[in-house]
Each structure stands twice: as structure tokens, then as C-alpha cells.
Design a protein around this ligand. Structure first.
Ligand code: NAD
Ligand code: IPM
Ligand code: MN
Length: 352
């Protein structure tokens, strides 16, 4: 069982290190970890944010554990050399189109949610975000018009097959949960979204047991804080899913808690090939200070064991250890506590 470990930039380095320590503490027979540079770290060392050797290592592994990329010093570079292109490149090159971003309130964290405790307590949802299409991967440019004014544009598009495959993932996820699916779009304005909605309705015929609703994204953003308990599985496009998942993180207490899996269709010997990462970024404001909460990455490692390596008991074990640490008051600075990155890692390991 081979895991490619790509820590990346900023707190990506620190949080990945803790997740790896947790995996090592489980002492899994036959597990090998191989490290590679990615993001600004890779740009500085090799001249590219996603060097061919990193991509090949990732492709040849059973799963990828990813930290975060991003460095404000790189924001002036040409777009294809920016750190963020590394994660976008991995998602598209490896056809990891289905992004699962679960948000559930841990016991004892009611008071940490940005919402009132009685509202927060109801949250148990998963955002299924499409990852290979949308405005992210269309043509884009900043151009100068004949009159000298500049214009920036990004092409938003989805093909039927792109919508169909993510819809199937979402309906299957709903089947394994409370059988409710909410598709979030902006079909009242965008043709891309109208096609999205039409295709989701077609796919729904194959899942008569799942209750399907549609919601416009502006309303969904409002409903997510008004009554998040109404959501079970939410399926949405790349851009809307990006935004709504950061919002969902604060509903359960912190962005430092939200894990994610990026899956495709490829099967390995042990499960589904995938990339696992916290939903947060490289957090330059706290990088290198032992202030980052590694729980999102540790929980991503648990998702890796469950989905890609078929190690369900060990995944449960990690999740229980994180939950136990939180219940015992091991809270990072993001949750109003004082525990540092390494201390949180230790607290999880001691509870495995
Ligand atoms: P961010 O998620 O890095 O940080 C947002 C805020 O949340 C910051 O105040 C940060 O300190 C805090 N935060 C994030 N993770 C935390 C954690 N684990 N523990 C405690 N606090 C945490 O988003 P940003 O500031 O908008 O972006 C910073 C850089 O990260 C940018 O270059 C951006 O492009 C990149 N980014 C990368 C990814 C990724 O690699 N998947 C995701 C998001 C942003
Ligand atoms: C995320 C990030 C990425 C995204 C960026 C860094 C490209 O925000 O994983 O949520 O927008 O998908
Ligand atoms: Mn994001």
C-alpha cells in the first residue's frame, strides 16, 4: 500500500507531518510513504509547482495525502506557475472529479460553531463538489480591448457527462445516508446551471428511493446558516462547492476540522484511488508557528484509509481519537483553545 505524501506550502508542511505521525502510530503492515515537493516549495526547488516526478509519484500510488499549497510571494507569477496549479493539475490529470467534503458537529463543539448551539447540533451533511469542470478549467484571459480598457473573463461550462458522473456519486452517497439530495445551482441565471439541473433530474430517475431537491446557490448559502439540519447530501459545481464548504466549516467550529476526499473511478487493489486533503489552504498568517490545527488533515488521512485502502476499522479508530481529543478539551487556537499543532497530534496519537 503506497501513499504519496505531498505536504506543499505553509501550514501544509506542519499539518501533514502530524497526519503522517498518526498513520505511522497505527503501524500498518505493508504501508509505504513516499514524499514529494508540490506547490511553491516545488517551484522553488524544481521550477514548477507540479514537477513531472511529483505527478508520476502520485499517479503510481494507491492514494495521495496532500497538505496545502499557496504562497503570496508567488501571486505575481504567470498563472501556470502558481502553486494553486499543482492541486488543480493533480485533480484534472488524475481525473479526481468527485470531492467529498463532510461537515458534522463533533460532540462538545456546539459552543464553537458560529451558529447558535441548538442549530449547530443538527449539522450532519456532506458536500459533493464537482472538481474537474466549471469556471475553474475553462479558457480565461485578461485582454486589452481596442479602446485600451482591460477585460478579464473566465469561461464557465459543464458537459452532460461531467454532470452525470458527479450526480451518480451524489445519489449513491445519499443512498448510504439519509436518502436526501439537494442539488445547488444558479439555473435562474446561468445556462451552465440549467444543463446541470436538467441532467441531475434525468439521473434521479435511476434513484427513486432518494428525495431530490434543487436550490439556488444564494438561498443555499442562507439556508446553510439558518437551518443546516435540512441538508443531507449537497451536490454542486466546482465554484459553488468551494465557497459553500468553507462556509460549512464555520458551522461546525473551524476550517481546521474539515477533511476531504477527491475520488475518481479508478480502482486499486485495495479501494478507490483518491487524493485526501484538508479543505483549508496554506494559511501564511500562521505558518511555521505551531498554531495550525492538524485535525482536518488527520481526518483526511482517516478518509484515505477508508476509501483507498479499505482499512475501515483503522479509519474509525482515527476518527474516534480526534473526537475523543476534542471532547477532552484539546482545542487548537482556531477553536478558542491553546493546543499547538504538535500537541494536537500527540493528543490524537495517545488516544488511538
Ligand atoms: P486559508 O484556508 O489558507 O486560511 C484562511 C484563514 O483560516 C486564515 O486566517 C488561516 O490562518 C485560517 N486557517 C486555515 N487553516 C487553518 C488551520 N488548519 N488551523 C487554524 N487556522 C487555519 O485561506 P486563504 O488565506 O484564503 O489562502 C491562503 C493560501 O492558501 C492562498 O495561496 C490560497 O490560494 C491557498 N489555498 C490553498 C488550498 C489548497 O491547497 N487546497 C485551499 C485554500 C487556499
Ligand atoms: C480548495 C482550494 C482550491 C480550490 C484552490 C487552492 C485552487 O480553495 O481546495 O478548496 O479552489 O479548489
Ligand atoms: Mn477552497
Amino acid at each position: 500500500m503506497k501513499i504519496a505524501v505531498l505536504p506543499g506550502d505553509g501550514i501544509g508542511q506542519e499539518v501533514t507531518q502530524e497526519a503522517v505521525r498518526v498513520l505511522e502510530a497505527l503501524d500498518l503492515p505493508g504501508l509505504s510513504l513516499e514524499w514529494a515537493d508540490v506547490g511553491a516549495t516545488a517551484y522553488r526547488a524544481h521550477g514548477h509547482p507540479l514537477p513531472p516526478a511529483t505527478l508520476e509519484l502520485a499517479r503510481g500510488a494507491d492514494a495521495i495525502l496532500f497538505g496545502a499549497v499557496g504562497d503570496f510571494d508567488c501571486d505575481h507569477l504567470e498563472r501556470h506557475l502558481r502553486p494553486e496549479q499543482a492541486i488543480l493539475g493533480l485533480r484534472s490529470e488524475l481525473t479526481l472529479f468527485a470531492n467529498l467534503r463532510p461537515a458534522t458537529l463533533f460532540d462538545g463543539l456546539e459552543g464553537m460553531s458560529a451558529l447558535r448551539p441548538e442549530i449547530a447540533r443538527q449539522i450532519d451533511l456532506v458536500i459533493v463538489r464537482e472538481l474537474n469542470g466549471d469556471v475553474y478549467f475553462g479558457d480565461k484571459a485578461i485582454e486589452t480591448l481596442p479602446d485600451g480598457e482591460r477585460r478579464g473573463w473566465d469561461m464557465m461550462s459543464y458537459t452532460e457527462s461531467e454532470v452525470r458522473r458527479i450526480a451518480h456519486v451524489a445519489f449513491r452517497a445519499a443512498r448510504g445516508r439519509k436518502e436526501r439530495l439537494c442539488s445547488v445551482d444558479k439555473a435562474n441565471v446561468l445556462e451552465t446551471s440549467q444543463l446541470w439541473r436538467d441532467v441531475v433530474i434525468e439521473v434521479a430517475k435511476e434513484y427513486p428511493d432518494v428525495t431530490l431537491d434543487h436550490m439556488y446557490v444564494d438561498n443555499a448559502a442562507m439556508q446553510l446558516v439558518k437551518n443546516p439540519g435540512q441538508f443531507d447530501v449537497v451536490v454542486t459545481g466546482n465554484l459553488f462547492g468551494d465557497i459553500l464548504s468553507d462556509q460549512a466549516s464555520m458551522c461546525v467550529g473551524s476550517i481546521g476540522l474539515l477533511a476531504s476526499a477527491a475520488l475518481g473511478e479508478r480502482q486499486t487493489e485495495y479501494g478507490t484511488f483518491g487524493l485526501y486533503e484538508p479543505i483549508h489552504g496554506s494559511a501564511p498568517d500562521i505558518a511555521g508557528q505551531d498554531k495550525a490545527n492538524p485535525m482536518a488533515t488527520i481526518l483526511s488521512a482517516a478518509m484515505l484509509l477508508r476509501h483507498s485502502l479499505g482499512l475501515v476499522d483503522q479509519a474509525d479508530c482515527i476518527e474516534a481519537a480526534v473526537s475523543g481529543a476534542l471532547a477532552d478539551g484539546v482545542l487548537g487556537l482556531d477553536l478558542g483553545g491553546e493546543a499547538g499543532t504538535r500537541e494536537i497530534g500527540d493528543a490524537v496519537i495517545s488516544r488511538l
